[in-house]
Write a protein that binds this ligand. Structure first.
Ligand SMILES: [Zn+2]
Length: 249
C-alpha cells in the first residue's frame, strides 16, 4: 500500500492538536471551584470592594456605616503592607475590622498569573500572612483557610485548582462585575442599573475601592433598603453569610 507521507504526518499532527484540546477541556476545573452567590431565598446581598485598601475606602466606610451595611474588602498585598508604614491606611483598615467588615485576599501585585502559578502561590500566601498579621493586631486569630480569595480580573483557568490546594481554600469568590471600575466613563446611572438587573437573593456583587463609589453607592444603598435587602459578609456573627446558606456557584 502506498502511503502519502505528507498526508500521514498531517493526520498525526491534527490528532495531536485534537487530543490537546480534549485534555484541555477535561483539565479545566469545574465551576464548583468558584462561588457566585449564597444559596438562599432571603433578601440578602454581599457587597465586595476590590483593589484597596486605599484612602477611597474612608468614604465607602462612611456610606456603609450610614446604612448599617457590611462589606468584604478584597485588598491587595502591596496595599495591606502600608498598614505598617501609613497611619491613614492603618486607621482605615482598623476601622474596617472594628465595624465588622471582612478582609479578603486579592493577590499581592494584581497581575495575570496564567503562565506563572508559582508566582500566584507566593503572592497569595504572602498576602494571607499580612491579613493574618493585621487581624492579630486586633487579637483575632484567623486561619489562612478562612481568608476568602478573589482572583484579579476574576481570572480562572486550569492550574488555579493547584493554587486553591496550596491556599487550603475550596473556592474563589466570583460575583457579578459591572463597570464601576471605570466609573467616570460608565456613569452612575448605568452602574446602578447593572446592579439592579442582577440583584437577587444571595447575590455577590463586585465593586472597587474607588473615589467614584461615593457617586453611586448612596443611591444603591437606598435602593437595597427600598427592596428590603440586607448585607452579609464572612465575619463571624450577626452579618455572616452562613446565617442564610452556603456559598454556591
Ligand atoms: Zn482587582
Amino acid at each position: 500500500m502506498k502511503i502519502n507521507r505528507g498526508k500521514f504526518l498531517l493526520n498525526i499532527f491534527l490528532m495531536v492538536v485534537l487530543l490537546g484540546c480534549v485534555s484541555f477541556i477535561f483539565a479545566t476545573p469545574k465551576t464548583k471551584y468558584e462561588v457566585n452567590r449564597i444559596k438562599t431565598n432571603q433578601k440578602i446581598v454581599m457587597l465586595t470592594f476590590d483593589d484597596g485598601p486605599g484612602f477611597e475606602d474612608e468614604k465607602i466606610l462612611d456610606i456603609l456605616d450610614q446604612n448599617n451595611a457590611k462589606a468584604i474588602f478584597f485588598g491587595i498585598g502591596k496595599n495591606y503592607e502600608k498598614y505598617w508604614t501609613d497611619v491613614k491606611i492603618k486607621n482605615i483598615v482598623d476601622r474596617m475590622i472594628m465595624t465588622g467588615n471582612s478582609l479578603g485576599n486579592h493577590s499581592f501585585t494584581h497581575v495575570n498569573y496564567h503562565f506563572n502559578i508559582k508566582k500566584a502561590v507566593d503572592e497569595f500566601v504572602r498576602t494571607d500572612e499580612l491579613i493574618q498579621k493585621i487581624y492579630a493586631e486586633h487579637g483575632m486569630k484567623i486561619q489562612a483557610a478562612d481568608i476568602l480569595v478573589r482572583m484579579p480580573y476574576l481570572q480562572y483557568y486550569s492550574g488555579l485548582d493547584y493554587l486553591q490546594k496550596k491556599l487550603n481554600v475550596n473556592y474563589f469568590v466570583r460575583g457579578y462585575l459591572g463597570c464601576d471600575y471605570n466609573g467616570a466613563v460608565c456613569g452612575k446611572e448605568h452602574i446602578i442599573k447593572q446592579y439592579k438587573n442582577h440583584l437577587q437573593p444571595g447575590k455577590i456583587l463586585v465593586a472597587h475601592s474607588k473615589d467614584f463609589a461615593q457617586e453611586w453607592l448612596p443611591e444603591w444603598m437606598d435602593y437595597l433598603k427600598t427592596m428590603g435587602y440586607h448585607t452579609a459578609n464572612f465575619t463571624i456573627g450577626h452579618y455572616c453569610y452562613q446565617n442564610y446558606g452556603r456559598l454556591v456557584f
